[in-house]
Design a binder for this molecule. Structure first.
Ligand SMILES: CN(C)c1cccc(CNc2ccc(C(N)=O)cn2)c1
Length: 246
């Protein structure tokens, strides 16, 4: 998979692909991340990349032509179609389903705006979709692009070993994750739930599912569509609630 980053600070995002599982995936050639800086394509001796907004108001807007030239350079740097994603607060909220969809592609171009954003004509002409990582404003789209790189990379085949498998990820099945424990069993911070040491894998799976359902119900009821729960899940959630009242 190839991900091109169009940004005034491309090394910022490339660094985010230099560590951990994503860094190893890059070393192993499962993924490559390349930066394109609009300033390298800006005309004139000031190499302008932004200018004042028509209609007045604070801030600056990124110019069309340096962005369009850097996008063209990114497209031409490798074969095959690329999905152009613009990171902005006006984008569709990023979800794990969207991450899975993006991870299925061979090429992505992530467009990072600075200042107040980019000229709308460039968005209309070149951007396939706008994505937001949350309802807040950052000084640039680079952190949002880094989030996409990380979330997408870890879903690519071969990136996570069995030890870190993304299969049981929370949000993979639309629920929050269950609690996790490791050594020691006895600790002044408490002990480990008995069931996890029982060796009874069916019971352990049930307990974990119940915890995921219960936590989702308690912390993110918006994620829990109780109607869509299986009978078994509804029973587990009932057991979780009953245990709270006990
Ligand atoms: C209108 N405006 C300030 C603006 C418009 C476009 C880009 C940027 C760059 N900053 C970003 C980018 C993305 C996100 C996000 N939530 O994904 C937050 N901030 C700012």
């Amino acid at each position: 998979m190839r991900i091109d980053i169009v940004s005034l600070f491309p090394e910022f995002v490339a660094q985010c692909a230099a560590f951990g599982v994503v860094g190893r995936a890059v070393e192993r050639g499962l993924l490559s991340v390349h930066g394109f800086n609009p300033r390298d394509y800006a005309e004139g001796n000031y190499r302008r990349v932004d200018d004042r907004p028509f209609g007045g108001g604070p801030g600056m807007v990124m110019l069309i032509d340096p962005l369009r030239a850097s996008l063209r350079a990114a497209r031409e740097a490798a074969p095959g179609p690329a999905r152009v994603v613009y990171m902005s607060p006006q984008g569709a909220p990023l979800t794990q389903a969207k991450v899975r969809e993006l991870a299925g592609r061979e090429r992505l171009i992530l467009l990072c705006g600075r200042y107040e954003g980019i000229d709308e004509r460039l968005i209309r002409a070149e951007v396939d979709e706008e994505i937001s990582i949350g309802d807040y404003v950052l000084s640039g789209g680079e952190l949002a692009a880094a989030v996409i790189v990380d979330a997408v990379a870890r879903l690519r085949e071969g990136v996570l070993g069995d030890a870190e498998s993304a299969v049981q990820d929370s949000f993979e099945d639309g629920l929050l994750d269950c609690p996790h424990y490791t050594r020691p069993v006895e600790h002044d911070l408490g002990t480990v739930p008995e069931v996890l040491m029982s060796g009874n894998h069916a019971e352990i799976a049930k307990w974990r599912r119940m915890q995921s359902l219960g936590r989702t119900w308690q912390r993110r009821p918006d994620l829990l569509d109780e109607a869509a729960l299986s009978k078994a899940d509804r029973k587990l959630l009932e057991a979780y609630r009953a245990a709270l009242e006990a």
